[in-house]
Write a protein that binds this ligand. Structure first.
Ligand SMILES: Nc1ncnc2c1ncn2[C@@H]1O[C@H](COP(=O)(O)OP(=O)(O)O)[C@@H](O)[C@H]1O
Ligand SMILES: [Mg+2]
Length: 223
């Protein structure tokens, strides 16, 4: 399988502090890949670079062959992002939230279909302010897949979810993966990585310490 993400010698500095140090990684199309590391390892920094919110200090990143710095708009069409912060509008209903993002993306998704996918159809007309954390996270998934992305970036998505919500979340991500979406998950939890991913990298202090099959690298995790 060709790579969907190609990272070459990527570094990121924040006014003198180096958050990512010379990272090189290839993630194959169709893979489910975990970036495992403790707090402060550089996981969110990596996701922000991949989602074109911040620029690398040096190195190159291509997603589906497109350079993320040269063509951030094309990248945004290919990726969906789910973070631990839901980034939804509390004062809108679930359906209105989805319609807002569908209009923003200019795509033709059907909010009803998306709500059905994430088991929120009965809550379509409820304000997001009344939602539990698990419901907000499910709505975030619906929002992030509205434009049918090839690649889903998940940044510690299960933080704050109870066991039942976490299981629901796992099922939804697995279903998306089975249908062909490439999954890149960052987490400090081996359980999340093992349930959702086949391959992974261990990152600490902005360095990649190990990459490979999860079962082969799991002994290297220190968090
Ligand atoms: N905007 C920023 N300015 C300065 N330092 C930052 C900034 N963003 C992140 N960092 C630092 O970079 C390191 C990696 O942060 P982050 O990528 O958020 O780690 P993780 O998501 O793995 O917990 C941390 O030491 C953090 O304090
Ligand atoms: Mg983080």
């Amino acid at each position: 399988m060709p790579a969907i993400i190609e990272i070459e010698n990527l570094s990121k500095k924040f006014s003198g502090f180096t958050a990512l140090k010379d990272i090189s990684l290839d993630i194959k199309k169709g893979d489910s890949f975990a970036v495992l590391g403790p707090n402060g390892a550089g996981k969110t920094t990596l996701i922000k670079i991949l989602s074109t919110l911040i620029k690398p200090t040096s190195g190159t990143v291509r997603i589906d062959g497109i350079d993320i710095v040269e063509d951030p708009l094309e990248i945004k069409k290919i990726i969906g992002v789910v973070s631990h912060e839901p980034y939804l509008y509390n004062e809108l209903t679930a359906r209105e939230n989805l319609q807002f993002f569908i209009d923003l993306y200019g795509c033709r998704a059907d909010p009803e279909e998306l709500l059905l996918k994430v088991n929120l159809k009965p809550k379509a007309d409820d304000f997001v302010s009344t939602f539990s954390r698990g419901m907000k996270q499910r709505l975030s998934i619906a929002r992030s897949i509205a434009h049918n992305p090839k690649l889903l970036l998940l940044d510690e998505p299960t933080v704050g979810l109870d066991i039942k919500s976490r299981k629901d979340f796992y099922k939804m991500i697995k279903d998306l993966h089975k249908k062909g979406t490439t999954i890149l998950l960052t987490t400090h939890l081996m359980e999340d990585a093992e349930v959702l991913c086949r391959n992974g990298a261990i990152i600490d202090g902005g360095h990649v310490d190990a990459t490979g099959k999860l079962m082969d690298i799991r002994g290297r995790i220190s968090c």
